[in-house]
Design a protein around this ligand. Structure first.
Ligand SMILES: C[S@@+](CC[C@H](N)C(=O)[O-])C[C@H]1O[C@@H](n2cnc3c(N)ncnc32)[C@H](O)[C@@H]1O
Length: 433
């Protein structure tokens, strides 16, 4: 093609991109350009537009065209139990492991997110499996099953929960009999029992904040549409939203291998693209600090003779916050002998490392800071715990102090305030002896 035509084409495409971003807040450049241009071409052909400029004029004059364009852009085909072998692995491996571990840790919450849920087929399949796995034990669990999408029409259809036969081809006959009723128009209506297990919400993966403390994230057949940069952003968000050992399930044609995420997830069932969050042995990489964190930390390490003999365990789910606190403590002669990213990790490390001090966050996955204080103080009433939390509500502060915390600081904390508080706790407790 003539270079001038290509330039003109690029110019017009950029105009279209800007227009869609300005008028509808949808950033086309987040998505794979080949895919996006192919989908726009479908609409242009349908409207006999021979150039992007012509198509821009159509968008100006026909508000409905935006809806048709978004329909074309967000391919939302789905099915119940799409890729049945994945759901079989979820049923036979993932859910039994999750439930066993929940029982062992005494945690009765189950939090799952189906991101890019289309018309609900995926989250409803998950709900059916939960019901089948837990049976009468369902009542013992607090289940949160979120399902999100950017397509309002899809979400409307999901809430309606009426499906055609084609959506149900992978459904086992027993599930069909148990959870669906056939309507006069040959469509199938899902039972309220399953329907009511799912919370549908509008959620844009690149813009909206995520759900915390999730046990499983399903994000299938969606990542393929994004550019590498956006994929990294989304995978990092997933990593942060999952509990310490949460699961991520991606589509059968999607890979983690080419992403940074390969360092942060290990295969639980590689064939079915089910991953689990856990750092690989020997790697100290972290999304918030990367390799630099290790070097930075080494640079800061204080000589042994400057240590004041006060050892500290830092408990915070944010690696950045742990590093910041560590930095403040080390510079002031205290020795950080351990870090924990959630409550149950903290209880274990406190028993093992026996630090003089604990800095404790409150909002953390698995076990929050208040529950952790209770558990630690029950085992060791002498434990010196200093709360460092973003929550400043008086009721929470009082509860922490009643549970046995020695003091409470609200983030952001300054190094002076932190060290002064630690010193006053030390002098108070030595005076009492
Ligand atoms: C192909 S469907 C996948 C449905 C289901 N996960 C499955 O595997 O069967 C992709 C869905 O992602 C949604 N989607 C596209 N971009 C999105 C975004 N930025 N945030 C949230 N959902 C998005 C689309 O609306 C569509 O419903």
């Amino acid at each position: 093609m003539d270079e001038k035509i290509i330039d003109q084409n690029n110019l017009e495409y950029t105009r279209l991109q800007k227009k869609i971003l300005k008028e509808r807040g949808f950033a086309l450049d987040h998505y794979n350009p080949d895919y996006i241009q192919r989908r726009i071409a479908v609409r242009m052909r349908a409207r006999n537009a021979n150039s992007y400029n012509e198509y821009i004029r159509i968008l100006d004059n026909d508000a409905q065209e935006y809806n048709r364009l978004f329909d074309a852009l967000t391919i939302n085909v789905s099915q119940f139990f799409r890729d049945p072998s994945v759901f079989e692995a979820v049923r036979t491996q993932l859910l039994p492991t999750l439930i066993r571990e929940k029982k062992q840790s005494g945690d009765s919450t189950v939090r799952i997110w189906s991101a890019g849920c289309a018309s609900g087929e995926e989250p409803y399949s998950i709900a059916i499996l939960l019901k089948e796995t837990l049976g009468v034990e369902m009542k013992n669990y607090l289940i949160s099953l979120y399902a999100t999408d950017i397509d309002h029409q899809c979400l409307f259809k999901a809430r309606e929960s009426v499906y055609s036969k084609e959506s149900l081809v992978n459904l086992k006959k027993e599930y069909l009999d148990r959870y669906f009723t056939i309507l006069p128009n040959e469509k199938y209506k899902l039972s309220d029992e399953i329907k009511n297990m799912v919370i549908f919400k509008y959620h844009h993966l690149l813009k909206d904040i995520s759900f915390p403390a999730l046990d499983i994230i399903f994000c299938r057949n969606l990542l393929i549409y994004f550019t590498q940069e956006m994929k990294e952003q989304i995978l990092e968000m997933f990593y942060k939203s999952l509990t310490a050992h949460g699961y991520l399930i991606i589509g059968k044609s999607e890979l983690l291998f080419f992403s940074k995420a390969r360092y942060y997830f290990y295969p639980f069932n590689s064939l079915e693209h089910i991953f689990r969050k856990e750092r690989r042995k020997g790697l100290v990489k972290d999304y918030t600090g990367g390799e630099r964190r290790k070097k930075w930390w080494w640079g800061l390490e204080q000589p042994k003779e400057k240590r004041l003999g006060v050892t500290v365990l830092i408990v915070d789910d944010s690696a950045f916050m742990r590093l910041t606190l560590k930095n403040m403590l080390i510079r002031n002669g205290l020795e950080v002998i351990g870090e924990a990213e959630n409550g149950s990790d903290a209880v274990e490390k406190y028993k093992k490392l026996k630090p003089n001090f604990i800095l404790m966050d409150i909002l953390m996955p698995v076990e929050d800071g208040l529950a952790t204080v209770r558990e630690i103080v029950q085992n060791d009433p002498q434990a010196k715990i200093l709360m460092v939390s973003a929550i400043g509500q008086e009721t929470v502060v009082q509860e922490a102090l009643q549970l046995g915390a020695k003091a409470y600081l609200t983030k952001p904390v300054t190094p002076d305030k932190l060290v002064a508080t630690i010193n006053s706790i030390i002098s108070e407790t030595t005076q009492k002896r």
